[in-house]
Design a protein around this ligand. Sequence first.
Ligand code: ADP
Ligand code: MG
Length: 330
Amino acid sequence: PLLANQIAAGEVVERPSSVVKELLENAVDAGAKRIQLDIERGGTRLIRITDDGSGISRDQLELALARHATSKIEHTDDLKAIHTLGFRGEALASISSVSKLTLSSKVASDDEQSSGWSAIAQGRDMAVEIQPRAMPTGTIVEVKDLFFNTPARQKFLRAERTEYVHIEETMKRVALASPSIAFTLKHNGKVTKRIPAASSQEQQKQRIGSIVSNSFLQQALALDTRIDNLKLWGWVSSPQHHQNSNLSQYVFVNGRAVRDKTLNHAIRQAYQDLLPTGRVPAYVLYLELDAEKVDVNVHPTKHEVRFSEARQVHDFIARAVAECLQPQNE
Ligand code: ADP
Ligand code: MG
């Protein structure tokens, strides 16, 4: 089981920020309202994520660490319309095969007196040891010494600062996708980022400003368009405020941060002839469409998506952004 998991880990766990992405997504799927991330040494020594979500009951703990075990889909038919960020049941098994992982959890239905439980995967056979642990309702995942047993991967780790920057970027993406969740990030014991939850539209706008940059939001044009079951909303930079790198380009599809060629192409097309060569726009865009019309099961990292009606989606976005950029809107 260790080898199979390590091979799978090669696909999903490239660096500390990939672990962070998977663990944050699990906390979001568990309905957490607050997520706290503690990182040591750019995530190579420790990644600890604490959430106040649904928790995992004692009898499900060991299963949660098993490969291909997911509580999020039951039938292959469910793959046609995925409503959670996770569904492959691979992340915890993969991460635990390349680190020292402890999964601790407590479910709300436990009576006040009862404790939570920790599952610790150990050794070549990944035997799981279960111990009681006093903790509030929710889940704590601790990932220590990432890649300690896979030296080839360890070689690809960059400086602590670089890995930290990737982690912060990963958290920003998840936070942008989940406005009603509060996030805290600590690095080496110091709070480095605090993102409050937003309920109103105005709070959400402020929150996006504090995550992306206030200068982006001050000049950005608001967009909100819907045609049939396609909805696109968010903010795009005005053509006068371009940038020269792909920073601050965020697209979310049904609450999932994606990097998608179709979407990027459509947005670029809308800016065609409006920007000097070599300059690119900034944007935070949310696309919502029927879950059946988008396949997220394209790649293990789930960054990519495939649309069943790609042309229609492309043209809808290109037109929506182009209309927003027209001079009378400024
Ligand atoms: P997936 O997210 O694809 O289902 P994972 O390996 O990431 O697979 O997680 C396995 C299972 O462990 C999940 O299906 C879920 O039941 C449980 N789990 C993991 N993290 C959490 C969490 N933070 N809160 C509640 N349950 C969790
Ligand atoms: Mg998951």
